[in-house]
Design a binder for this molecule. Structure first.
Ligand code: HEC
Ligand code: HEC
Ligand code: HEC
Length: 358
């Protein structure tokens, strides 16, 4: 469901009571985790640092702390219009609870009546009720990927030129590093999260590439790298229609296909056999690095997405496999990380070793 345009924000302090999300113990400690460990808590503070001043100055922005072009991702509360503020919002919260979970006023009441089997009186509201009231359905991998990708893949061209770090979205690994303040459902698969995340990232770069003044060779390479990895994995969906991505298709078509792939992948009941299938397809892609067709900088971007994929697919497989392949994966990471001097033939050889041991 789309966020209601008039829904009001309450701020993280409303979530911090110890009986809600500010308590001890796994089920009630989301506020504690976010305050103490979550990278998002410091997103606003980053704007006050010298590096931000430099990036901003190079982009002709005088004050990054008070400029929409920075606060849109680093301090979303600064962007909330007055009618949508139920309380005084503290912009220094950075990326706060409601930046991901949606403005809370419409669902906070249904949400604070606990949904536990032992509660008296009996519970009135389920997770789906809260979602119907406007809480974002982050249990859906599709909704979740869309939430993160909004801040994690595209940066405007002039900000990149000014020195903003390039963003590379990968849902599964980045959810682990956030770190997670939630427990995944029993049906959760990191491999599925990876695929949904990459399809959504492909959709976003395909969109960005079509915007006037945004495209350059670097973005073209990035999009090609994503297109390649998604194309390699897409047959797992078992739909011929979604497998027909061809290299060099029009970005508008890729955008639409990537969206369809993301939606389809998120709806699957993912099985361990599917993880193995994708892992094998990707591990078997050494010949793609031996062809002379794509330019070296495109090969480098394929490799970048490939190593992130192998890492997540192994993490989603059984532990012994992950341990067994660690040295080979490490070598692939090393070879992929030397971007300007990337050597496709060496990478192909290392990938063959990885595949042989799989
Ligand atoms: C409103 C924008 C926004 C949203 C939504 C958002 N992030 Fe972030 N994220 C940021 C910013 C800004 C930073 C940089 C923080 C800093 O200043 O160090 C960041 C940093 C991170 C980092 C550490 C740096 C990195 O890329 O490894 C991780 C991991 C991360 N976010 C994961 C996620 C995940 C997972 C989601 C979705 C569940 C998400 N983020 C949603 C804005 C956002
Ligand atoms: C599209 C969302 C977005 C916009 C717009 C944006 N940032 Fe960021 N920024 C991020 C994310 C996400 C990261 C984390 C990247 C990572 O670590 O991989 C980040 C990282 C940074 C970092 C590095 C932080 C660190 O700890 O290494 C600085 C500095 C920074 N941003 C400053 C700015 C400034 C200044 C602006 C405005 C000119 C700006 N950002 C605009 C999303 C954004
Ligand atoms: C960067 C995005 C992001 C931010 C910021 C964030 N969350 Fe979450 N949160 C998620 C995601 C993704 C999930 C997983 C989906 C789910 O389980 O509902 C989640 C799950 C939860 C859950 C369900 C826990 C479980 O095990 O089922 C609670 C409660 C929660 N968050 C509270 C908070 C509170 C309180 C804050 C602020 C202090 C916060 N979140 C900030 C993304 C975020």
């Amino acid at each position: 469901m789309a966020d209601s345009p008039l829904a009001r924000y309450v701020g993280a302090s409303s979530c911090a009571a110890s009986s809600c999300h500010g308590g001890a113990g796994e089920k009630r400690d989301q506020w504690v985790q976010w305050t103490a460990k979550d990278v998002h808590r410091r997103a606003h503070a980053t704007l006050t640092m010298a590096r931000s001043t430099q990036i901003a100055a190079a982009a002709g922005i005088a004050d990054p702390v008070h400029n929409t072009r920075c606060t849109v991702c680093h301090a979303p509360f600064a962007e909330v219009p007055a009618p949508q503020r139920l309380a005084v919002l503290d912009r220094s919260e950075g990326v706060s609870c409601e930046s991901c979970h949606a403005p809370a006023e419409p669902w906070i009441r249904s949400h604070t009546r606990h949904n536990s089997p032992n509660s008296t009186p009996p519970d009135l509201f389920t997770y789906l009720d809260k979602v119907a009231d406007g809480m974002r359905d982050l249990k859906s991998l599709y909704v979740r990927a869309n939430t993160c990708v909004a801040c994690h893949e595209n940066v405007e061209h002039d900000l990149l030129q000014a020195g903003h770090p390039e963003l590379i979205f990968e849902l599964d690994g980045q959810s682990v590093s956030e770190p997670k303040h939630w427990k995944e459902a029993a049906t959760f698969s990191g491999a599925q999260a990876w695929l949904v995340g990459q399809a959504v990232a492909l959709r976003e770069t395909s969109w960005q590439i079509q915007r006037p003044g945004q495209s350059d060779e670097r973005l073209v390479d990035r999009q090609a790298g994503l297109l390649w990895v998604v194309q390699k994995a897409a047959p797992v969906l078992g739909s011929a229609e979604l497998g027909v991505l061809e290299n060099q298709v029009e970005p508008s078509k890729t955008q639409a296909l990537a969206e369809a792939i993301a939606q389809t992948a998120a709806k699957l009941t993912w099985t361990p056999a599917q993880t193995t299938d994708v892992l094998k397809r990707l591990a078997g892609s050494a010949p793609d690095f031996r062809t002379t067709g794509p330019r070296q900088s495109v090969q480098a971007r394929r490799a970048e997405r490939l190593v992130l994929a192998l890492d997540r697919l192994l993490a989603a497989s059984d532990r012994s496999l992950e341990a067994k392949l660690e040295p080979e994966l490490k070598e692939l990471f090393r070879l992929a990380q030397i971007l300007p001097d990337f050597d496709p033939a060496k990478f192909a050889t290392a990938l063959e070793k990885f595949a042989a041991k799989l």
